[in-house]
Design a protein around this ligand. Structure first.
Ligand code: DON
Length: 306
């Protein structure tokens, strides 16, 4: 029998809405500290065929670290495998902003999704494009098929003024010869990419290319090769949730990426993308109800990759 995904989403929203509230919004980024913690949305899209949503699916939020999957895709597209000389591809088992692992590993970040790795990826983008910020925005709009996607300058500037740990990571990378551009320029791009705002609807749509072997359904353009798309999904599965990556794979069984804005996007390769937004975060910086909802989703639909 055909699954009614709309009904599945409504059942999930109803059930998680009854759970005891837990977790906090990201207080360390000034603009995110003000977000209403109890907003919720879930959106699923089978590109070109069906889409279903529940909750505040058109309310925009800061995608934060989810942007790291987009910037990684941009660098993979242009540079292919040579990126891995500067960044590893192993789960870190440490917090996303950890400093000590970078020191122990002599300035080569474990993977492109911890902050140190994403800072190296941002550095690559600055070397690849004269206007990396503009190019990233244009791509985000193309991926989602939505010209209204934009940076949130308040979020970006607030983080630039307070992200001392990220500056430390960038300076440490520089001292190891693993940062080519100016620390200030790299951190500016990094903070702007994190400030990209999307809704659950546009976030799910943005990752449709990851269920279409690298082709962007809304523009018809092949962005990644099928092999590059597979690799990006693999890094999302193994590293997308930092020191909770194993638990996410265990509970949900899909590649995904989280952000401290409370968003999570997950991909059913070859079929569907699903986004959830709920700003309360667990101690790993991942959305509590986002993970809960996705676990229920794959349990109800049997869409996990395993
Ligand atoms: O660098 C930071 O701390 C934030 N701009 C991004 C962190 C983040 O989203 C971690 N993911 N859950």
């Amino acid at each position: 029998m055909r699954t009614d995904y709309g009904e599945v989403l409504r059942e999930i929203a109803d059930a998680v809405g009854k759970l005891e509230k837990s977790g906090e919004v990201a207080h360390y980024i000034p603009a995110l500290a003000k977000v209403d913690p109890d907003q919720y949305a879930m959106f699923a899209e089978i590109p070109g065929k069906e889409c279903h949503g529940v909750g505040a699916v058109d309310t925009v939020f800061s995608i934060q670290s989810i942007s790291k999957a987009i910037t990684l895709a941009m660098v993979i597209e242009k540079k292919g495998e040579s990126l891995w000389e500067r960044v590893g591809v192993e789960p870190s088992g440490n917090a996303f902003n950890s400093l000590f692992q970078l020191e122990r590993e002599m300035g080569k970040p474990r993977n492109p999704f911890i902050n140190a790795g994403a800072i190296v990826v941002a550095d690559e983008l600055l070397s690849l494009y004269d206007d990396a910020k503009g190019h990233l925005l244009q791509l985000a709009r193309e991926l989602a098929g939505d010209e209204t996607i934009d940076y949130d300058v308040e979020v970006a500037k607030g983080e630039m003024a307070t992200c001392h740990t990220n500056y430390s990571l960038a300076h440490f990378l520089k001292s190891h010869g693993n940062l080519r551009n100016r620390v200030e320029d790299v951190i500016e791009l990094y903070c702007y990419q994190c400030s990209l705002t999307m809704s659950a609807r546009t976030l799910a749509r943005s990752f449709s290319f990851q269920c279409s072997d690298g082709v962007i359904p809304y523009s018809g353009r092949r962005f990644l090769t099928a092999s590059q798309s597979k690799r990006l999904n693999s890094v999302m599965l193994t590293c997308g949730f930092y020191d909770q990556a194993g638990a996410f794979a265990y509970q949900v069984g899909l590649p995904g990426k989280s952000g401290v804005g409370g968003g999570i996007v997950a991909v059913v390769p070859g079929f569907m993308s699903v986004a959830v937004w709920s700003p309360r975060l667990n101690k790993y910086g991942n959305s509590v109800l986002g993970i809960e909802s996705l676990e229920r989703f794959t349990t109800k639909t049997n869409l996990a990759i395993f």
